[in-house]
Write a protein that binds this ligand. Structure first.
Ligand SMILES: CC(C)(COP(=O)(O)OP(=O)(O)OC[C@H]1O[C@@H](n2cnc3c(N)ncnc32)[C@H](O)[C@@H]1OP(=O)(O)O)[C@@H](O)C(=O)NCCC(=O)NCCS
Length: 212
């Protein structure tokens, strides 16, 4: 039985769905369910060709109705998106999430408003989604991919600990064609090693004289 089916009847659909979607908090961000009242703000930041050309499905131009459609379908199928918001003021600045296929590894994805590129937000958000998948979904591995012409996204993937496993093709909605992508994978043992690797300087902070 799904979370939705266990909820009490009679609650508004949006509220019911949102109550099932986790909120992921990081140092600077809150990742949460997108709501219909976010649609205008989402359209304002998503309407940029530089974002659409690197993602598979983001429409361009991006109108409020596209945001509403995205919100309406969130978490009802394989797509599990989070809105990325700033902790300081709650402003939506992008989206992340994962696709959970019936077979194979879940794949993460993300995009960020161009005004917020280069501040480490995508890495911060992607790491939160990766942690969520390993800790809450018990997955064996997580997948990611990036267009071969997208070094920024490749760097985000690498900073999350993923390893390159090969190349493939992605269908681009904007370009109406298939484009080459690099494919990456992060398995549970590698993720666990990264999470366990604390700053070695801290381990040395014992009183002088007790060290070798
Ligand atoms: C890719 C994207 C999500 C990155 O967001 P971001 O918040 O700027 O990412 P971060 O700041 O966490 O990290 C970006 C890294 O890429 C590096 N980078 C950015 N552009 C680069 C380029 N042209 N060449 C090499 N490295 C680049 C940055 O220096 C940074 O690495 P560093 O921390 O080692 O310096 C953002 O540019 C975006 O939304 N692009 C359009 C949509 C997209 O590509 N989505 C991913 C689809 S796979």
């Amino acid at each position: 039985m799904t979370c939705l089916e266990t909820e009490l009847e009679g609650r508004p659909c949006g509220e019911l769905l949102e109550s099932c979607i986790p909120v992921l908090e990081t140092e600077r961000l809150v990742l949460r369910a997108p709501r219909f009242e976010d649609a205008r703000a989402i359209a304002a930041v998503a309407d940029d060709r530089r974002i659409a050309e690197m993602t598979a499905n983001l429409p361009h131009p991006y109108a409020e109705k596209h945001a509403e459609n995205w919100i309406a379908n969130a978490w009802s199928g394989p797509d599990h998106p989070f809105l990325i918001t700033l902790k300081t003021n709650g402003a939506p600045i992008g989206a992340t999430g994962f696709v959970m296929p019936e077979l194979g590894d879940p794949e993460i994805g993300y995009w960020l408003a161009t005004a917020h590129w280069g501040k480490g937000y995508a890495t911060e958000a992607a790491r939160a989604v990766v942690d969520h998948l390993f800790t809450q979904h018990g997955v064996a591995a997580v997948a990611a991919s990036a267009r071969v012409v997208n070094p920024g996204s490749r760097r985000v993937i690498e900073k999350c600990g993923f390893q390159w496993i090969g190349v493939g093709l992605m269908r681009s909605r904007l370009l109406a064609s298939s484009v080459p992508v690099d494919k990456f994978r992060l398995d549970r043992s590698t993720w666990a090693s990264i999470k366990a690797w604390r700053d070695p300087i801290l381990r040395r902070s014992v009183p002088e004289g007790l060290t070798d």
